[in-house]
Design a protein around this ligand. Structure first.
Ligand code: GRF
Length: 293
């Protein structure tokens, strides 16, 4: 039960303990203060007394837990918790409903996915809501588990021949799709559902070294074999062709005479980690501006 709560609230064991203490003490304090106030009111004990008491404790309980949460260092958790409860009761707006939900599609180690998750951790406006992956056992799945992010395991047949999982994505409220090391071509059904809202990162300066078969070390080996002095990263919109949609951002780095595909890959990865999360953030900011107009 405690494990489930920890996962649900995304808190450590110690924090869970402090939260439960806050609930317990806040609850007792509510009962105590509630009775004191009732004693001051000129009411006979009876059904009406019980109704007033229930209304009173419902009103003072949030105040009491908030007060106690300060002493246990859990004020931020409880303000969020109470806001969520308020939203469920239709009193306030759900904070999660105003967040833009992002799905990351990845099938590799997931170092970019991790950087993106880290970048948006605790963000009030963006939430990494889903990791989609076509490779059981991929490193990115362990990241998803550690971070408590739901996973969508993609099967070839359904991805290419049926609805490309668009129903799952829309049901999860996904607003934006980020490809971070996802090797399959994106089917038209998915592109149509998210046109202008799917981006990819490619580890070279497109339009060079893109297309089918150009991924991972193959890209870096080709750059080195061509004797290029420069390589880099390209973040671009996704369309029906591999590595083809409009470029959003590029960053460059030198290719050294001593480079191997591995050393060049490390330099490129550093660029990706630095710029991919920031680029996603600025795109989502613009999206928001657009949807507000
Ligand atoms: C990155 O180099 C990216 O450019 C390419 O796939 C790689 C994914 O790496 N599309 P990681 O799994 O994020 O470490």
């Amino acid at each position: 039960m405690f494990d489930r709560l920890q996962r649900k609230w995304k808190v450590s064991g110690i924090q869970l303990f402090l939260i439960l203490c806050t609930f317990a003490i806040g609850g007792s304090l509510t009962g105590f203060v509630g009775k004191r106030i009732m004693n001051l009111l000129p009411l006979e004990k009876g059904v009406f007394w019980v109704i007033v008491y229930i209304i009173l404790v419902t009103l003072i309980w949030p105040l009491m837990v908030l007060l106690v949460s300060v002493f246990f260092g859990q004020f931020t958790f409880f303000t969020k918790y109470l806001r969520k409860m308020g939203a469920r009761m239709g009193i306030s707006k759900n904070p999660a409903s105003s967040q833009q939900k992002v799905a990351i599609f990845a099938s590799g180690a997931g170092s970019n996915a991790q950087k993106i998750i880290d970048h948006f951790r605790g963000s009030a406006t963006v939430r990494i809501s889903l990791i989609a992956c076509n490779k059981p056992g991929a490193g990115v799945l362990q990241i998803a588990e550690k971070e408590g992010i739901p996973v969508l395991l993609i099967e070839k047949e359904r991805f290419f021949r049926a609805d490309a999982y668009t129903s799952e994505l829309t049901a999860a409220g996904i607003d934006f799709v980020v490809l971070a090391g996802f090797l399959w071509k994106i089917p038209t059904a998915l592109i149509n559902a998210y046109r202008g809202r799917i981006i990819n990162i490619h580890p070279a300066l497109l339009p060079n070294y893109g297309g089918k078969g150009m991924y991972g070390q193959f890209v870096h080996a080709a750059v080195i074999a061509a004797g290029d002095k420069e390589s880099g990263i390209t973040i671009h919109y996704v369309d029906e062709q591999y590595d083809h949609g409009a470029t959003i951002f590029q960053a460059r780095c030198p290719v050294l005479p001593s480079d191997t595909p591995e050393t060049l890959a490390a330099r490129i990865h550093a660029l990706e980690h630095e710029y991919f999360p920031k680029t996603i953030e600025s795109l989502l900011e613009n999206e928001k501006v657009k949807s507000k107009k």
